[in-house]
Design a protein. Structure first.
Length: 157
């Protein structure tokens, strides 16, 4: 699991204004806002791009058994080409508060690691899926801006 830290200013003023308990709740809400920003970016699908197995793996099939399964499934209608996107993968990303001052942006599907995680397959990389940790690093400033806007708004009130 990757960790990304964000830096914001004004938290000390929030604690003075709201007190310790409400300040801590506010800080957790900031982390949720930052997490939602990241979720909105990581859940985007890459533009449609066709990649052959040969391009991704050097050869179209790893075994005769795999080749046989592919053509049998294609013939009986189990497998449709081109693959039709449902959008479910993108919709399933979630943001959850964790113990302490942490927020988790995650995905419930077991295979998510092969698409956007540390175990990303070469095929997914070629298609254009970005790893969660790379999106988080690229969006650090956006997460900080999202949290900072909330602090500035709260301090004006």
């Amino acid at each position: 699991m990757s960790t990304v830290s964000i830096k914001v200013t004004g938290i000390d003023k929030i604690y003075k204004k709201l007190g310790a308990v409400q300040g801590a709740k506010f800080q957790r809400a900031l982390l949720q806002a930052a997490g939602k920003h990241l979720k909105s970016k990581v859940s985007r699908y890459p533009k449609r791009k066709s990649v052959t197995r040969k391009q991704a793996f050097g050869k179209p099939f790893q075994s005769k058994k795999q080749r046989g399964w592919f053509f049998a499934s294609l013939a009986d209608g189990t497998l449709e080409l081109p693959y039709k996107r449902s959008g479910n993968f993108g919709r399933k990303w979630y943001v959850r508060p964790m113990a302490g001052f942490k927020t988790k942006v995650g995905h419930p599907y077991d295979y998510a690691d092969y698409i956007q995680g540390a175990g990303q397959s070469r095929m997914m990389e070629i298609i254009g899926w970005k790893k969660l940790e790379d999106v988080a690093e690229d969006e650090r400033a956006g997460m900080e801006r999202a949290a900072q806007k909330i602090i500035e708004y709260a301090l004006r009130k």
